[in-house]
Ligand binder design. Structure first.
Ligand code: NAD
Ligand code: UDP
Length: 357
């Protein structure tokens, strides 16, 4: 196994939400990192703090195109390729479905070829969406899934399924040592306020005092994993030396209904927002919870961060962004109220004040 200080990782999608946290963790362990990104949904702000880091480099490119010459021909001995490049929120990946599908298929092929050329290990960030609207619960890796191949989510779901297929074909033919993570809903700081996912929507709506949008009845379930836990799982998956080579679920098995998540955020922020029900999107999965038995056994991994703790950090992130970017009346007045009463964190408004610091 490569000594960590000799490791050079290419992180495709490194300017995104999960990718940027992964890069921080890799640098923290002494790796060198090249971030490859087209900045479609990623932001330079996510890696701005690394601008002066000599072990870090950014390469702007789209992985559906042939890889840039400076990367493909460079002599930098890349030892690990992490492929996280792909818009992940339904509104974003459905905005240009053709590009989403090509990113997973053609883009993954380009990165697998690069890994083969360099003798690098390869990790694919796949998704629980490969299980579609699952008929088996909780979802084990052995379940083949229930995906609508022609629906609006198919560009993402089928793209990731094809990316898994390609990855395992390279593995079977001994061309690349491949690792595949099936990531379940992940949340945390650096999510975009406008990405349309439930965690970002509900928190930004609560902080702004806007209506909280629940799609359908809110009875559908998800299991939310805090980003630090997920990154720990990705690192363990990339570096383990066990014989296991199948796909591995990474997610938090704590399952809750979408309206329960909204209730929790309302309580934590103390917002006066009311819930507004909207139509359920087509093919929206009804239930989702990972079976993480394989991750526990092979990687010694399980999530540690409780939902309330992760949400508190995520709310703090969105409150700070809101403070920097816009005038959110609820945040302002809640903070004013908290300061004038001198109240402690037990009241809703001081919870917001806490996030404001
Ligand atoms: P994100 O949108 O924040 O990050 C994706 C990154 O990939 C962005 O920086 C984007 O600019 C970049 N990108 C997209 N298409 C590209 C292309 N063609 N070429 C180069 N760069 C490209 O999303 P995220 O939540 O950080 O997700 C990261 C990965 O994890 C994705 O592959 C996603 O499918 C997977 N995943 C995420 C979740 C989740 O809950 N966040 C769940 C399952 C799987
Ligand atoms: N959702 C919701 N309100 C929102 C955004 C999403 O009720 O403002 C629902 C969505 O329909 C889905 C769940 O929350 O049932 C999770 O949606 P998200 O887009 O976060 O992730 P995914 O559907 O990809 O799991």
């Amino acid at each position: 196994m490569t000594c960590e200080n000799d490791a050079i990782a290419l992180v495709a999608g490194g300017a995104g939400f999960i990718g940027s946290h992964l890069i921080d963790a890799l640098l923290g362990r002494g790796w060198r990192v090249i971030c490859l990104d087209n900045f479609q949904t990623g932001r330079f702000d996510n890696v701005r703090h690394l601008e002066r880091e000599p072990r870090f480099d950014v390469c702007e490119a789209d992985i559906i195109d042939p890889l840039p010459v400076r990367l493909a021909r460079s002599r930098v001995p890349i030892t690990h390729v992490f492929n996280l490049a792909c818009a992940a929120s339904p509104p974003h990946y459905q905005a240009d479905p053709e590009h989403t599908l090509l990113t997973s298929v053609v883009g993954t092929h380009h990165l697998l070829q690069l890994a083969e050329q360099r003798g690098a290990r390869f990790l694919l960030a796949s998704t629980s969406e490969v299980y579609g609207d699952p008929e088996v619960h909780p979802q084990q890796e052995s379940y083949w899934g229930h995906v609508n191949p022609i629906g609006p989510r198919a560009c993402y779901d089928e793209g990731k399924r094809a990316a898994e297929t390609l990855s395992f074909d390279f593995l079977r033919t001994a061309r690349v040592d491949v690792r595949v993570a099936r990531i379940f809903n992940t949340y945390g700081p650096r999510m975009r306020a406008d990405d349309g996912r439930v965690v970002s929507n509900v928190i930004t709506q609560a902080l702004a005092g806007d209506d909280i949008t629940i799609y359908g009845s809110g009875e559908q379930t998800r299991s939310f994993c805090y980003v630090d836990d997920l990154v720990d799982g990705l690192l363990r998956l990339m570096t383990h030396e066990q014989d296991y080579r199948g796909a591995i679920n990474l997610g938090n098995p704590h399952e809750l209904k979408v309206h329960e998540l909204a209730d929790l955020v309302v309580a934590m922020t103390g917002t006066r927002s009311i819930v507004s029900y909207k139509p359920l999107p087509i093919d929206d999965p009804r239930r989702r919870r990972p079976d993480i038995g394989i991750a526990r056994r092979v990687l010694g991994w399980s999530p540690r961060v409780h939902l309330e703790v992760g949400l508190e950090k995520t709310i703090a992130h969105f409150a700070a962004e809101a403070r920097a970017a816009a005038d959110l009346p609820f945040v302002r007045s809640a903070v004013r109220r908290a300061r004038s009463t001198g109240a402690r964190r037990s009241t809703p408004s001081t919870v917001v004040a806490h996030y404001e610091r």
